[in-house]
Design a protein around this ligand. Structure first.
Ligand code: PAF
Length: 284
């Protein structure tokens, strides 16, 4: 496995692969890798010749400096996992490589898709994500790129950027990998205390309740949200950041329970912010 921190070295390797006619799959990450990230790698390995992973905790996408400071970093373990899984190249840049002080920053946004959910409660987050991901796309020149669907809004925002700016690549959403009790895997889960980890299991149980009440004939969106909120709030260390029902394409709030809806939540369990979502088909 090749590990590169330097942009010129990266471009040289990619140039060689391109000249050999090899296709490139790209999995951007912030490290602290778990089985969910490995699903991205496996999908990339099945669909492309060479798989590149970037590991970079991107400062510009953290609206809360404390969250950035506490973001777990496990580079040695990450590199071991990448090697085991057969990643071909890991790009591991430093902050000054991605954000040289001499450059004037750019801001990208897709306002319609950022109006709700994390875009509303984490101002500046998606601008930071779009800034780093667009840079990484230019540097790695992938044919396909792989994003976890746990971060559904991120997947939609990136897809819209690729479409709008004609990036010559395909964005592929990879289903969320879950723990035994259904909690979505996340690098943040390691920060949960034992008690908070138990409380976090209310999240998958809430999604189960959501489906059950829909199958039971619930039609009132306001009532539905209230039932789900009340259920979540039985966790004493749990605080709801948002619980929204939006349409899965434009991410605008739904007024009626019909068709396909995206039920998306963000909660704080103790100090740790967790997100999850599911697309639910409402029976007609
Ligand atoms: O999903 C993430 O880990 C990050 O937002 C990403 C896409 C690597 C950009 O920093």
């Amino acid at each position: 496995m090749i590990v590169i921190s330097d942009i010129l070295e990266l471009k040289k390797q990619i140039g060689e692969w391109k000249r050999e006619g090899l296709s490139i799959g790209f999995c951007p990450t912030m490290g602290s890798l778990h089985a969910g990230h490995m699903d991205l790698v496996e999908t990339s390995k099945n669909e492309t010749d060479k798989t590149i992973m970037s590991i970079f905790v991107n400062p510009t996408q953290f609206n809360d400096p404390k969250d950035f400071a506490q973001y777990p970093i496990k580079t040695d373990d990450d590199l071991r996992l990448c090697e085991e899984k057969g990643v071909d190249l890991v790009f591991l840049p430093e902050v000054k490589t991605m954000y040289p002080e001499t450059k004037t920053p750019i801001s990208l946004s897709i306002p319609e898709l950022q109006k709700h959910l994390c875009g509303r409660t984490r101002p500046g987050h998606f601008e930071g994500v779009l800034q780093i991901v667009s840079k990484l796309f230019h540097l790695t020149e992938p044919n396909k790129t792989f994003f976890g669907l746990k971060d559904y809004q991120q997947y939609r925002v990136i897809s819209a950027m690729v479409e709008n700016l004609n990036f010559p690549l395909e964005v592929i959403g990879v289903p969320t990998r879950r723990e035994k009790d259904g909690l979505a895997m996340s690098s943040r889960n390691v920060r949960l205390s034992e008690k908070d980890r138990e409380t976090a299991s209310l999240i998958p149980r809430m999604f189960a309740l959501a489906k059950k009440t829909i199958l039971g004939g619930e039609k009132d969106i306001r009532l539905w949200k209230e039932i789900l909120r009340d259920f979540l709030l039985t966790g004493s260390s749990l605080r709801i950041d948002y619980l929204e029902v939006v349409d899965p394409i434009h991410l605008q709030p739904k007024e009626r329970l019909e068709g396909e809806v995206l039920l998306a939540i963000a909660v704080f369990v103790g100090e740790v912010r967790l997100i999850d979502n599911q697309i639910i088909t409402i029976p007609s």
